[in-house]
Design a protein around this ligand. Structure first.
Ligand code: CP
Length: 326
């Protein structure tokens, strides 16, 4: 295992070079093969990672907990709301003290625009152990790394020119963070994919992430475009990634956002829309999906769906991130 990323924070994919991200992907691929062969990978014996969750999770928590165990480490779950962080303990104290207790600090804080990323960067400034972003308001770099791994497995490592449609979709359950579409839009152009983002007027992504994604696309020669037409986004797509997200200014007024979104119930990924994409296009979703609203059962359970491979790769990429940085 190379030491080149030892001690590094992983807060946004833009903090790592393309080569560093590819190293993480290749490491995840090796760990996946060893896991399938039943070979031990006890690379982090006696190490501890602290997992702070200020939001719910199935995949992220379990991929880090199971992954840490498989690497010989211990993942220590902390409900953010029952920690002193909820009483306002400073990120400085959190970073310094947990750095003295263990070997990495991972944080999920994704529901309030302007808060999560700021908190993580403040913890990282004072921690002398790596800080890993398990999803914030800006990026979900663990998810998008697993997404890219899944795309490389399906299409090969040369992803240049593949078209990915990242579309808003209707969901009545809750105002979902903006970090997955933002993370996809910022990462995929760096690997040569052409990204089209579709959303109704009002669901614009954070300005800074759009500006960064435009620069990343220009530098890599990839394309980035925006539309308010879900069908148009799907045209000629190799990958479709429709999911809901909230309105930046209304995260504290979810009822208002939900009332607005009801007029866009037709933004669903169904069999008709899948036919607009390429014949062999794949359907992706970070999960959990709002079945019957974001996507029909026919699509998510159908032959074009690769959501379970994608979810599985959360384990292998989480292990790679821990093994490389801790
Ligand atoms: N995709 C994802 O992050 O899943 P969880 O919210 O279950 O962790």
């Amino acid at each position: 295992m190379t030491d080149s990323l030892r001690g590094r924070d992983y807060i946004e994919t833009r903090d790592w070079t393309k080569d560093e991200l590819q190293l993480a992907l290749d490491t995840a691929g090796e760990l996946k093969q060893k896991f399938k062969r039943g070979e031990p990978t006890r690379l982090l014996v006696d190490k501890t990672i602290f997992l702070f969750f200020f939001d719910k999770s199935t995949r992220t928590r379990n991929s880090f907990e199971a992954g840490a165990t498989q690497l010989g480490a211990h993942a220590h779950f902390i409900d953010g709301e029952t920690s002193q962080a909820a009483h306002g303990e400073s990120p400085k104290d959190m970073g310094i003290i947990l750095s003295r207790y263990g070997h990495a600090i991972a944080i999920r804080h994704d529901l309030v625009p302007g808060e999560g990323n700021t908190l993580m960067r403040a913890v990282a400034e004072h921690a002398d152990k790596p800080v890993i972003n398990m999803q914030c308001d800006v990026d979900h770099p663990c998810q998008t790394l697993a997404d890219l791994m899944t795309i490389q497995e399906r299409f090969g490592k040369n992803t240049k020119g593949l078209k990915i449609a990242v579309s808003w979709a209707y969901a009545p359950s809750y105002a979902k963070p903006m970090s997955v579409p933002q993370g996809l839009m910022m990462l995929m152009p760096r690997f040569g994919l052409d990204v089209v983002v579709a959303h109704p007027p009002g669901w614009e992504l954070m300005k800074d992430t759009v500006e960064y994604a435009k620069r990343a696309a220009a530098e890599s020669g990839g394309k980035l475009s925006f539309t308010d037409d879900m069908d148009a986004a799907f045209e000629g797509a190799d990958i479709v990634y429709p999911k809901s997200w909230g309105i930046e200014s209304l995260f504290k007024k979810p009822e208002e956002a939900l009332a607005k979104s009801k007029q866009y119930r037709s933004w669903i990924c169904d069999a008709r829309r899948m036919k607009i994409a390429k014949k062999d296009a794949v359907y992706m979703h970070c999960l959990p999906a709002d079945r019957g609203n974001e996507v029909t059962d026919e699509v998510i359970d159908g032959p074009q769906s690769i959501v379970y491979d994608e979810a599985e790769n959360r384990l292998h990429t989480a292990k790679a991130l821990m093994a490389l940085t801790m």
